[in-house]
Design a protein around this ligand. Sequence first.
Ligand SMILES: [Zn+2]
Length: 339
Amino acid sequence: MKDISQLKEEFLKELKKAKKAEERRKICKKYIEEELSSVFCSIKNLAGEKRTKIGKEANELRRFILEQQKKEKEKRKEGEGWIDVTLPGNDPEMGTIHPLTQLQRRCVDIFSRMGFLAVEGPEMENEWYNFDALNFKEDHPVREMQDTLFVKQKNRESLPAKDKLLMRTQTSPVQVRYMEKRKPPFRIIVPGRVFRNEATDSSHEINFYQLEGLMVGENISVANFKAIINFFFQELFYDDIDFRLRPSFFPFTEPSFEVDISCSICAKKGCSVCKNTGWIEVMGAGMVHPNVLESAKVDSAKFNGFAFGVGLDRFAMIEHKIDDIRLFYGGDLRFLKQF
Ligand SMILES: [Zn+2]
């Protein structure tokens, strides 16, 4: 059996002679797997003190060789980290902001300048906020399966309206959520995604973006509403755009109106976009129904206000002359890179 100190000397000598890292690694491996393991094998034949002494020395040498091996490995890692700075780099591709997000940001900016605060709410709502609090009667057709995406729940029918979940069909529930926790006056806008149970075609999607506005205070009138949206349209379209109010019906407003803007493509002369009327319908609005204010714990005898909602997808389609709403959600880069 070889003397341990002699073995160590031989190891160091061989290591010194080796010029390549590969050789040095092989030497370490050889000493651990061959030389030392044969020492460990023969130790068991020794007796008493000698066995303890040689065992201890052999273990020390093993640790020493393992350390050398570790150093060699570290050197190799450093070598691998070497970068060739002369190689051409990877060109990072720049993305663009989605046209709907761009439009949403512009709208939020315009309303912020008029003192409106942008607030958000949950996309998965309950029936109470989405329908009951907004004065939708129990038998309103929008509550039917074909219009709303309901969330499957066990024993759904026996649950109270506040526990029955659905994908919100409008951003209006956020009005109630906001009002019930605060005291008027309010001036808010609610941008967000809404969901409908639709068969998709070029002008219908199962989800789209709305921007909702609400202003509540003392003695608010339709004149205030007209002033606010007049500023909004002028800023948004950078243009002299006409608009008009037409009577309409929504459960959550009384009186209610549809808002049309003049067709910028044909200058009110009539074209396919405006269906030869010269006007394009872009907004639903009205004075907030007293029942909605009461649902949100606002005193309807003292306060009143207006609310409106626009479909951002529709605005973006008019602005960019896009003829199919599905392009917004298709993820086609050829489409998205144009914005
Ligand atoms: Zn037109």
